[in-house]
Design a protein around this ligand. Structure first.
Ligand code: MD6
Ligand code: FE
Length: 201
């Protein structure tokens, strides 16, 4: 059994994926991006987000001036590709629930990309966890409480780490303050991939 660490109610699985498993996951994510190309979403205020994203699964997460939501198709109209077995295996190992994920959101962070403090609250059932996988450069992960004004704490996420937002932490505010460029050799172009798996409906 892999060791876990409790970080502000978030369950961390350090080095859950070994190098070979990380490489297999990256290959699976490249196939997703070939079928459903990465795009820079806009926030609902019309500002481009610094991360690029795409999805796999029954629903993909999209953002534009119409707001944040799940859609059954990529913005170009193509279906999202299926969630790869490598990602399903991580979900099955750590989620603790019977339901299968319906969305596999893939975020790419170039060196200077970040993600502001947010809650994952576009899903219907908050008893279902969110499972996240980090690949590539180290990232400074900030976690707070259920109110934006709650105090926060930060920890570095490394390539191969998995984290689970469940229970009281399911609606915790969280974000990525910055990357530490050059800390991983996994992605030839550098940067970081993050995969989040969720049940949407
Ligand atoms: C990231 N993660 O690690 C951003 N959301 O790049 C998230 O926004 C996130 O790590 C829900 C659950 C776990 C996460
Ligand atoms: Fe999130």
């Amino acid at each position: 059994m892999t060791e876990t660490v409790d970080f502000r109610g978030v369950r961390l699985y350090p080095a859950f994926l070994d190098r070979a498993a990380q490489e297999a996951m990256v290959a699976a994510l490249r196939r997703i991006a070939e079928a459903a190309p990465m795009f820079h979403p806009e926030t609902r205020f019309g500002k481009p987000m610094s991360v690029k994203m795409t999805s796999a699964g029954r629903y993909g997460w999209v953002s534009d001036r119409r707001g944040y939501r799940y859609e059954p198709r990529h913005p170009t109209g193509v279906d999202w590709p299926p969630i790869p077995p490598e990602a399903l295996a991580v979900w099955q190992a750590v989620s603790g629930v019977e339901r299968a994920p319906e969305c596999c959101l893939v975020n790419y962070y170039a060196e200077t990309a970040r993600m502001g403090l947010h809650q994952d609250i576009d899903e219907a059932d908050f008893t279902m966890p969110v499972v996240s996988i980090s690949l590539g450069d180290d990232a400074l992960f900030r976690v707070g409480g259920q109110e934006r004004s709650d105090s926060t704490a930060s920890a570095w996420l490394h390539s191969g780490d998995v984290c689970v937002l469940a229970g009281a932490a399911r609606k915790a505010f969280h974000g990525i303050d910055r990357l530490k460029p050059g800390t991983s050799t996994l992605l030839p172009q550098g940067g970081r991939l993050n995969v989040t798996l969720r049940v949407v409906t």
